[in-house]
Ligand binder design. Sequence first.
Ligand SMILES: [Zn+2]
Length: 302
Amino acid sequence: MGRRRHSLIPFPGPARNIFARDFSDSSNPPVSRGHQDDAMKTHYGQLTIDEVRDADKDRVVILSVSATEDHGSHMPLDTDTVLGMAVAEGAAKLAPEDILVMPPIPYGFNEHHKDFPGVIWIEPETLISFITDVTKSLAHHGFRRILLLNSHGSNHPVLDLAARKTVIQSEVLCVSCSYWNLISKEINEIRSSPLGGIAHAGEFEASIYMHLHPDLVDLSTAKSQIAHNPGSKFFNLDLAGGGGKAMLMRWWSSVSEDGTMGDPTVATAEKGKLFLDAAVNATVELVREIRALPLLPRVDRH
Ligand SMILES: [Zn+2]
């Protein structure tokens, strides 16, 4: 047990992470390491117990959290999982020395979708507990930089809470983000649809899925359903529209006929590659920022 106790100490002990310091030292910036990169495992699940024990604990562990739910008639239930993992794995490919990718959590907070066939929903309290059990486990094994990478809209506040709870419970760095929020500017440069066209199973998600698996997207069944009210000052569900200042999440069946919100009819695989590349690059940048963050000690200031 003694060896494991270090996970509770905010600063690294003298005998550990010799390798980590080499990689994260600012005088030695993370650059391609040639053949070593090719051999470096980036999937947490593929590590052996010895490799986990010896792993650089300052690598950022990415946990993708998604959903299994309706995405119109034109694309599959696993859309959020496939896209979230494409971002995580793409980032790990570019920066293998900085990233470990966890097996994903493919279910999310989406009970408001259950009027559509196939939806699997998780209570938000359950999801927070499940995620923080995973982060607690990672902290127990010594990892201290975690990124909760969200790919389903309504998970956003859940992951925010799970990340905050992890910081309090486990005293490690835990960051959450929804990947589209990292690239609003790029999305708006690439998109063809107007505001409201990129919300759920619309131009953005359909394009990326088409780029990854063209055989699983059938635009002949896709319908444009832009629910955005341009007259609204406060409501906005477009993923790249800057976010709504006020939030109302209705039953999804009240606002969409087939689950789509947005315009998938203008999706193309070419735009999908551009969206995905932007998300991957931004995630690598975020990971490097997380890796460079100082581990600050907690102080009793009574
Ligand atoms: Zn989705």
